[in-house]
Design a protein around this ligand. Sequence first.
Ligand code: GLN
Length: 233
Amino acid sequence: MVVGVLALQGSFNEHIAALKRLGVKGVEVRKPEQLLTVSSLIIPGGESTTMAKLAELHNLFPALRDFVQMGKPVWGTCAGLIFLANKATGQKTGGQELVGGLDCTVHRNFFGSQIQSFETELPVPQIVAKEGGPPSFRAVFIRAPAILDVGPDVEVLAAIPLSAIESINSNPAIQKEEESEKKVIVAVKQGNLLATAFHPELTADTRWHSYFLKMVPEIADGTSAIVPTSTTY
Ligand code: GLN
């Protein structure tokens, strides 16, 4: 089984390495025709405006939209989440093209700039229900987006109380906008689409990759199996 990883910019190598740890081959996708050779796709984190410019240059947007609309499993992490959102707000958003399909609004730099990047223990009950392991996931947020609102078909998989993040509490701009007890959505699923505001490919815990692979029909129906013993926490 082959999983495509959009390889224009960002952490595509790390996703391919995480897939390899699960016994699954990840292939780099840079051209529209390569999407015909993969059954699912990961859109990595990186810098979404740069990634969008490169996607435009390679004429990838129509093929990416078709891929999403055909119901093929697609997982966006961080900048990949921004790509999948129907709407993006936040600094420097102006005119940026999105793939869309995920019924939500994303704030591109909700958690602040590079220096406000952080790690936190994120409760992940749905992941634990499917994958087992510890009750939380060590989530790495780098210049991270957040999901501001979701449509009725979107399932929230993880949310984080703003009060849990020190860097946010010291960021007056965000504090003014948000009550400190409010939770922000950082992982969602809508049918064939999965999106996380953080970077599971940068940790040794492969549960999100394993969860995504179970959304791939060949794995769900047992035609192609991943090696369960290689799952790490
Ligand atoms: N906020 C970034 C953007 O707008 C995404 C950051 C990331 O992917 N780590 O592209």
